[in-house]
Design a protein around this ligand. Structure first.
Ligand code: FAD
Length: 354
């Protein structure tokens, strides 16, 4: 049951898919809980993805617990994913308090004080579900500050608008890099910069296939059987725009430049090149700044957990950050399992509502 007070059994920080999945299971308990989210609209980080993004799994393999994403075998667009999350939130009446950015979580007695730009909340248990999109990672290259051109992380890239006819470097050999390169190379002089030569999955391998394969390995481990070998077959999922870019012959990576100049970059062979823009498709860190007062994050920015539960702060859980907080937990289809186990543990730990 969610209510208007500021004292709760459980405060969930983050109202993206991970926070909603936790809410889905919390609403089946007698606990008093709320979800706090920094955004002014539903959808978590998805509204920040580029406009043409399509999910790499069909809709039926991109669903949260309880309700299947409409669309069957079609690959959902970004806007369909946002619409699904908005409707999911409404369907289960998951009361998310919006425009609340949590700035600090502090220990208070046996529970926590959750500080935000909209006041304080008190909680016996906290679930952090803040994802990674709020903490983009950009590698350090000499002279980066002196570059006069445009620099954009993929989390801020919307579309090819503004890049037509420009000389652009797309940095990063993963799925984001491949998809942004595929679209930009249609309108710009785009070069793909990758640390190692990019590796591509076979055309028939999509998110569904990868999830099934990893699930088989996970189950085998759980049941004490020898897991089937991981098929180390590539990184980039060949979604339609990436296949199209391959057919145009533009899907080749070049090794990184070594430094920036004010007008471009310098390559390992000493050559300097004029560049208008660099798009960093270089990934993310977990967005855990709000946990800093607890001093529990390691040098890699992660918190040590057993399952999703912090080892140092046993009334704190972390959901949705990646495999380190639960198998496939950073995907729509995978986060439900972590959310269910988390709520079971919270219920057991709290032993009922206040
Ligand atoms: P988020 O969606 O980031 O939600 C976290 C929420 O917490 C946000 O609303 C944020 O504003 C809020 N928040 C953060 N900090 C605070 C704070 N301090 N106080 C209050 N609120 C806060 N997964 C799939 O299943 N299929 C795909 O096809 C797929 N494609 C992807 C493509 C790209 C380019 C990327 C980057 C990821 C993709 N993913 C995909 C992975 C994953 O589904 C997303 O990253 C997803 O957004 C993670 O959900 P989340 O709820 O953990 O985090």
């Amino acid at each position: 049951m969610a209510d208007e007070s500021r004292d709760f059994d459980v405060v969930v920080i983050g109202g993206g898919q991970a926070g909603l999945a936790v809410g889905y299971y919390l609403r089946r308990t007698p606990l008093r809980w709320t979800i706090l989210d920094a955004q002014d609209a539903p959808g978590g980080a998805w509204p920040r993805a580029w406009r043409s993004l399509r999910l790499f799994s069909p809709a039926r393999y991109s669903s949260l617990p309880g309700w299947m994403m409409p669309g069957g075998d079609a690959y959902p667009t970004r806007d369909e994913a946002i619409d699904y999350l908005a409707r999911y939130e409404a369907r289960y009446a998951l009361a998310v308090r919006r425009r609340v950015r949590v700035t600090a979580v502090r220990r208070e007695g046996t529970g926590f004080c959750v500080e935000s730009d909209a006041g304080e909340w008190r909680a016996r248990a906290v679930v952090s579900a803040t994802g990674t999109w709020a903490a983009p990672f950009i590698p350090d290259y000499p002279g980066r500050e002196s570059f006069h051109g445009v620099q954009l992380h993929s989390s801020c890239y919307e579309s090819t608008d503004g890049f037509v006819g420009k000389r652009v470097l797309v940095v990063g050999g993963g799925n984001s890099g491949a998809q942004v390169l595929a679209e930009l190379s249609q309108v710009a002089d785009a070069t793909w910069v990758t640390l190692t030569p990019p590796t591509f999955l076979p055309d028939h391998v999509d998110g569904r296939y990868l999830f099934e394969q990893e699930t088989a390995r996970y189950r085998a481990k759980q049941e004490g059987r020898e897991p089937p070998p991981a098929a180390d077959i590539g990184d980039v999922v060949m979604v339609a725009p990436v296949r199209e870019a391959r057919d145009r012959g533009v899907l080749a990576g070049v090794p990184p430049f070594v430094r920036f100049t004010p007008t471009g970059v310098g390559w390992p062979d000493g050559r300097e090149e004029r560049i208008d823009a660099v798009i960093w498709c270089t990934g993310f860190h977990p967005a855990l700044d709000h946990l800093r007062p607890l001093a529990i994050a390691g040098a890699d920015g992660r918190v040590r957990v057993a399952g999703t539960r912090s080892l140092a702060e046993p009334m704190l859980w972390l959901v949705g950050y990646g495999d380190w907080t639960g198998f496939a937990s950073a995907t729509l289809i995978g986060v439900g399992r972590s959310a269910r186990a988390t709520v079971q543990q919270i219920e057991a730990a709290l032993g009922g509502a206040t």
